[in-house]
Design a protein. Structure first.
Length: 125
């Protein structure tokens, strides 16, 4: 069965590039959300295998979305990877200590994104 990743980013171009990369290069199924609130609804209904979550979004940011996913028994076991343009080493370490499965840098190389996602989640390529 093909694994499914929810890509959450308020920028449509980032979602489109991530989708193409994960689907065509990585062979994954991708669903999208443009906000943290939309992501919460989709995760609860669709139960994706993982969530690729932008940190900086308006209204409900990625870290708040992550905390809400962790607080919900239906979604707390779904692994989350953070996608960020701004994070120092201390922030990355703190997020990993809080249970995030990986922190990926923006901008990302579309040819490398599937490998980075798979490695962070321990999935076979």
């Amino acid at each position: 069965m093909t694994r499914c990743v929810l890509v959450v980013d308020d920028e449509p171009d980032i979602r489109a590039v991530a989708r193409l990369s994960l689907e065509r290069v990585g062979g994954l199924r991708v669903i999208e959300a443009s906000s943290g609130m939309e992501a919460l609804d989709i995760v609860a209904a669709s139960q994706p295998d993982a969530v690729l979550l932008d940190v900086m979004m308006p209204r409900v940011d990625g870290l708040t979305t992550y905390a809400l996913l962790q607080a919900d028994p239906r979604t707390r076991d779904i692994p989350v990877l953070l996608l960020t343009a701004r994070a120092d080493a201390a922030e990355r370490e703190r997020w990993l200590a809080e249970g995030v499965r990986g922190v990926l840098a923006k901008p990302f190389d579309p040819m490398e994104l599937p490998r980075l996602v798979s490695e962070s989640l321990g999935w076979e390529p």
